[in-house]
Design a protein around this ligand. Structure first.
Ligand SMILES: C[S@@+](CC[C@H](N)C(=O)[O-])C[C@H]1O[C@@H](n2cnc3c(N)ncnc32)[C@H](O)[C@@H]1O
Length: 389
């Protein structure tokens, strides 16, 4: 074995040992070794995600950054592939020593050792706070959306959105584990707006979970659609596209997961109906305003005495609108959950209905009829969009 291979092997051994004995701080790969590759740098560190220690790599390409979390046992295989090929410099920092592996023009490697420049190990707790499902650092869509600055620091005005994005991805992650999506799944986000959640979901499913899927955002406002499509191009998110149209007029070949977050009033019903009719495996909606049922309510019951107050009538209408939506989903074969998806401190529009495919519960149709009768509701808009019984 020549000296060069020895140097690389020793470097990999030191890396492995430091990961095992808890002295590892970070590793940095630099100096491009392959002209045809657009890899620029890799920054590796340990993070704790859902109580599991992972090796997190921020991979910097010419035009974008990507974050990939891998098992600690797989680190050396990945490093072995890169060192001496894509990267000609590697710096390992441990709390005991620093190691620098450097390749010359002839691709001969030499290993240098120095006293530790960073004897203090960063705590995983520290990393965990920063390491939510979506990293603030290295995600190119976050600065473009005003959530972080270019250095990955969360802006004052971006904190709420950042928390919301992470909570939302966490919920979808749990749903996808419960109800697996097929390969090449088509996910549709109806009323995608500025696309905060659409980009985060794409990033999470494709880049972190390696799920082969495409996402289409449907949005009425052409300016937002243009903004989102430009940003998707800049991020190289090839399977993410936005269409400027009314969700009513959108008829895709298939929908495997339907999302509609804060789509106004009956737009939520149209979205739910599209999901049910397309037999989507997962449906996720966060309703916005609830005008239709309120107008259709002609209550004459014991609650009428209190529903004379506008705010109480409004809340009652909200409860009935979303309650009937979840019953309707159950009637059409979904298991539902209704919950607050983020604290009211961040947004008042925080109710979420999630539905995963299960068995139809036909008795839910009767329950809907009872409720409508009790509250004098002429009809719920969703009923008009779906077959009855
Ligand atoms: C309150 S925003 C929510 C955006 C995004 N889903 C979010 O939660 O950040 C609702 C978006 O739905 C869009 N929208 C409402 N009705 C729609 C319809 N019928 N078809 C397509 N988009 C619609 C609006 O233009 C708006 O951008």
């Amino acid at each position: 074995m020549d000296q060069s291979n020895n140097s690389k092997d020793t470097f990999l051994e030191q890396l492995q040992q430091s990961l095992e004995n808890g002295t590892f701080i970070k590793v940095t790969l630099s100096k491009k070794g392959n002209k045809s590759s657009d890899l620029k740098n890799v920054y590796g560190r340990l993070v704790e995600i859902k109580s599991e220690v992972k090796f997190s790599m921020q991979i910097r390409y010419e035009t974008r950054d990507e974050v990939k979390n891998i098992a600690v046992k797989d680190v050396n295989t990945q490093m072995d592939e890169w060192l001496g090929h894509d990267f000609l410099n590697a710096d390992l920092f441990t709390s005991q020593k620093d190691y620098s592996l450097q390749y010359n023009k002839k691709r001969k490697a030499r290993l240098f050792e120095r006293p530790a420049s960073q004897p203090e190990k960063p705590s995983l707790q520290h990393n965990r706070d920063k390491n939510r499902m979506i990293e603030a650092h290295g995600n190119p869509y976050l600065p473009a959306m005003g959530v972080t600055n270019q250095q990955g620091e969360i802006l004052k005005a971006g904190h709420k959105k950042y928390r919301q994005i992470n909570k939302y991805v966490e919920i979808i992650d749990a749903l996808v584990r419960q109800q697996a999506l097929p390969n090449d799944a088509h996910i549709v986000d109806m009323g995608s707006g500025k696309g905060y959640l659409t980009f985060a979901l794409y990033d999470y499913l494709r880049n972190q979970q390696s799920l082969r899927c495409s996402i289409t955002g449907i949005e009425l406002r052409p300016k937002l659609v243009e903004f989102c499509n430009d940003l998707a191009d800049q991020c190289d998110y090839e399977e993410l596209a936005f269409l400027s149209k009314d969700i009513h007029d959108y008829h895709p070949e298939k929908i495997d997961m339907l999302i509609a977050l804060h789509a106004c009033d009956i737009a939520t019903d149209i979205a739910i109906a599209k999901g049910i009719l397309a037999k989507a495996k997962i449906i996720v909606v966060a309703p916005c305003c609830h005008k239709q049922v309120r107008k259709a309510m002609k209550h004459n019951n014991s609650l009428s005495a209190v529903l004379k107050h506008g705010i109480l009538e409004e809340r009652q209408a909200e409860l009935l609108t979303d309650g009937i939506r979840s019953l309707m989903l159950e009637a059409h074969g979904y298991q539902t959950k209704v919950f607050e998806f983020i604290s009211t401190e961040h947004t008042s529009k925080n109710l979420m209905i999630t539905a995963v495919q299960g068995k139809p519960q036909k008795e839910a149709f009767d329950k809907i009829e009872e409720i409508k009768k009790e509250y004098g509701i002429e009809y719920h808009y969703l009923e008009k969009l779906l077959p009855s019984q």
